[in-house]
Design a protein around this ligand. Structure first.
Ligand code: AMP
Ligand code: ZN
Length: 115
């Protein structure tokens, strides 16, 4: 999907509402609209990247930033000590539905392998 029609690009541009948890120059974290656990936040790069398959070596600093944001979200929402899961679905079998790279941060209850 092209960036103009991308739902997460629209959230990043402020054209669609979101419940923000954290924002910096390179990343945005906001609550998932359809949470599967008490804590379910999406961490996205502000630059449109379709999936992990599009990442290259030059994105290493961005991947670091994303992980810093994940840490902040976990602390902010109080799941840093209880634990949480970070998931990035990719492609058809991964059930990726939004083709803008995003990391689900899921916690606030005991998770199982099938969630
Ligand atoms: P995935 O299925 O891994 O591509 O994840 C996409 C996620 O985006 C799903 O968990 C949706 O609930 C979530 N989602 C879709 N639209 C929005 C939105 N407008 N605001 C917040 N989360 C959304
Ligand atoms: Zn996008």
């Amino acid at each position: 999907m092209h960036e103009e029609n991308c739902i997460f690009c629209k959230i990043i541009r402020g054209e669609l509402p979101s419940q923000k948890v954290h924002e910096d120059e390179e990343t945005l974290a906001f609550h998932d609209i359809n949470p599967i656990a008490p804590v379910h936040v999406l961490v996205v790069p502000k630059r449109h990247i379709a999936s992990v398959l599009e990442l290259t070596e030059t994105d290493a600093p961005l991947i670091g930033r994303i992980h810093r944001t994940i840490q902040r979200v976990a602390k902010e929402l109080g799941v840093d000590e209880s634990g949480f899961r970070v998931v990035t679905n990719t492609g058809a079998h991964g059930q990726q539905t939004v083709f803008h790279l995003h990391y689900h941060v899921i916690g606030g209850r005991q998770l199982t392998w099938t969630m």
